[in-house]
Design a protein around this ligand. Structure first.
Ligand code: C2E
Ligand code: CA
Ligand code: CA
Length: 310
């Protein structure tokens, strides 16, 4: 922070440099940042949003939507991913992209995550077929809460069989305290819960993670799906396809199930099926929908598991 532009007193200068420090930390640490008056505005917005969040949490202004997941081989509906939405009293629906990061910093993701898990399991119990329910878990929940206890008590309270629950983790969950996380995942899997590695390909995609941590499923990030379907650049297209092929081979060697996310057209679905993906999720199969709509979709789905078995 520079005097006198950013502050004329020690207190105001220190405040400005704190904002710059915060900004440097938020953009990945280990860097130099100068104070910018825009940072004030940003900090005020964050603070306001956090205050609103606290009120909303007390009022239960949240809802869980469900996005269908399908299996390519027989077009069966295999389950849904639970995606939280915030009904802000003034701003309307706020996307999780805007607030999850914010509430991860102050730990409020822990009670919200618990609430989403409980709601998702409860809703899944009302479905007419025993499909899977996938729930996102934040690294903060893994690090700073007892997920084993949370999952066990949620399954007990809702009576959802553990085998129907899948937890979606990102690589950032694996980065600190690896041994504890391995133990946690092992114990969850012993209970019958499945573990999926979300957004695969965007983080370090470290082979050692894949080897060390016990997963059941690889969820390949939407950006690869978009790249593979991009027709405007034929070179880029073949590159992305080769990467997807390599990921699929890796999954096969490690005995992991595969799912592609962000499938928006039939064409892309066909491409991914041909490449060897087992499952898919995306707007083409269904947008995130209310619990009632999800319940109805299971009834209306032409090839659902129950009908296939009968
Ligand atoms: P994600 O886990 O990668 O979830 C998939 C996101 O992609 C969802 O956005 C979904 O609506 C969107 N999506 C699905 N299909 C398509 C498609 O075909 N095309 C496009 N363009 N987008 C598609 P959403 O619901 O806004 O969630 C964003 C992120 O917020 C999620 O990314 C997840 O990381 C996080 N999130 C959502 N709900 C929760 C939650 O309950 N707990 C935690 N910890 N994170 C959550
Ligand atoms: Ca996810
Ligand atoms: Ca994802």
């Amino acid at each position: 922070a520079n005097a006198p532009m950013d502050g004329a007193s020690p207190v105001s200068l220190q405040r400005a440099s704190d904002m710059a420090l915060y900004s440097a930390k938020a953009s990945g640490k280990n860097r130099l940042c100068f104070y910018d008056p825009k940072l004030d505005e940003y900090a005020m917005l964050r603070l306001a949003l956090l205050n609103d969040f606290r009120k909303s949490f007390a009022n239960q202004d949240f809802v869980v939507l469900y996005q269908p997941q399908i299996r390519f081989s027989d077009n069966a509906l295999i389950g849904f991913e639970a995606l939280v939405r915030w009904h802000h009293p003034e701003r309307g629906i706020v996307s999780p992209i805007e607030f999850i990061h914010l509430i991860e910093e102050n730990g409020m993701i822990i009670p919200l995550g618990k609430w989403v898990l409980n709601q998702a399991c409860k809703d899944a119990m009302t479905w007419s077929a025993p499909l899977q329910i996938a729930v996102n878990v934040s690294p903060v929940q893994i690090e700073r809460s007892n997920m084993l206890l949370t999952v066990a008590s949620t399954l007990e309270n809702t009576e959802l069989p553990a085998s129907r629950l899948e937890l979606e983790l990102t690589e950032s969950s694996l980065m600190c305290d690896g041994d504890n996380t391995i133990n946690l995942l092992d114990e969850l899997r012993q209970q019958g819960v499945k573990i999926a590695l979300d957004d695969f390909g965007t983080g370090y995609s470290s082979l050692s993670y894949l080897q060390r941590f016990p997963f059941d499923k690889l969820k390949v990030d939407r950006s690869f799906v978009i790249a593979a379907s991009n027709h405007t650049n034929s070179d880029g297209k073949s590159d992305a396809k080769s990467i997807l092929r390599a990921i699929l081979q890796l999954a096969q060697v490690l005995n992991l199930e595969t799912i592609a996310e962000g499938v928006e057209t039939q064409e892309v679905g066909t491409l991914l099926h041909e490449l060897g993906f087992e499952n898919a999720q995306g707007y083409f199969y269904g947008r995130p929908m209310t619990a009632d709509q999800a319940k109805q979709l299971i009834i209306d789905w032409p090839h659902n598991i129950e009908q296939n078995n009968s």
